[in-house]
Design a protein around this ligand. Sequence first.
Ligand SMILES: [Fe+2]
Length: 320
Amino acid sequence: MRQGDNVIHSERVSPEYMRSGSAATANKDPPRAQTLAAGSRKIDAAIVVLQRVESTPGGPQDVRMQGEAVMIFRQLFEPDSSTYTYLIACPATGKTALIDPVLDSAVRDVKILQEMGLTLDYTIDTHIHADHLSGARRLRELTGSQIACPAMDALSCADIGITEGEVLRIGQLELHPLFTPGHTDHHHAYLLDDGTHKLLFSGDALLIDACGRTDFQSGDAATLYRSIHDKFFTLPDETLVYPCHDYEGRFVSSIAQEKARNPRLGGNRSQQAFVDIMNTLDLPYPRKIDFAVPGNRQCGECPDNVPEQYRAPCEPQDQG
Ligand SMILES: [Fe+2]
């Protein structure tokens, strides 16, 4: 396994979490609920790696945790929407998942997986994104992976419906879905607790020193406050928080940090104070929402109304 050679150049843009989407219509063909089964494949280099791949002025930064082989982890970055995609894999079985992949980076993701000797088994979305097209459908076409998303979204294109209380198994790794509405009405976060590390993939519900907007997609500030307090702030302080976005070059936070210093939620800020903040943000209209939401209800298919300047990722790409 090579490391440090998957550098994604970053071009930070204005905060996309300020630009989430509108309500989507329910699909009449709900997916069949499934539970991820443990696989049997082995990978060549089963070592413990906590690694993030993105660009910083200083180049790639690796974070490693030495010890027993329990997890393979990478933080990937898509610069146009400032989206973090998370690669998690089970060293013992080779089972691999990407959380919140982006269409624009699907071919890159496949190359990274190939370099790591991994085959993608699952894509897992936290919610219907309004700021980018999901890479789920393209990755399924490229790798045969299965698409997992909240069962509440009732997407006919999905292979696996996710529900709180039903563990997602990535080989020997267990992802615990947390129903956390407020940014969207069906948003789910995922908690990975392998006994040593606690990682919360918080989606757009909780960002670093911020949170997802609540004025689109059936969002509701009071509901988001309750989700964060009831589902996130009750987790152990040392739980690492990996959000779906960051716009200022930050990579990770913790429950302790967000409880202490999140400017919207920290310091025991009241629900009413939070609602007041969220209701006065005066955010701009999301630039991709008009095609991203309908496209993501098809698991990342490009609808006809994608503007010319955003169409490049819609074209078939050489995996080269
Ligand atoms: Fe979002």
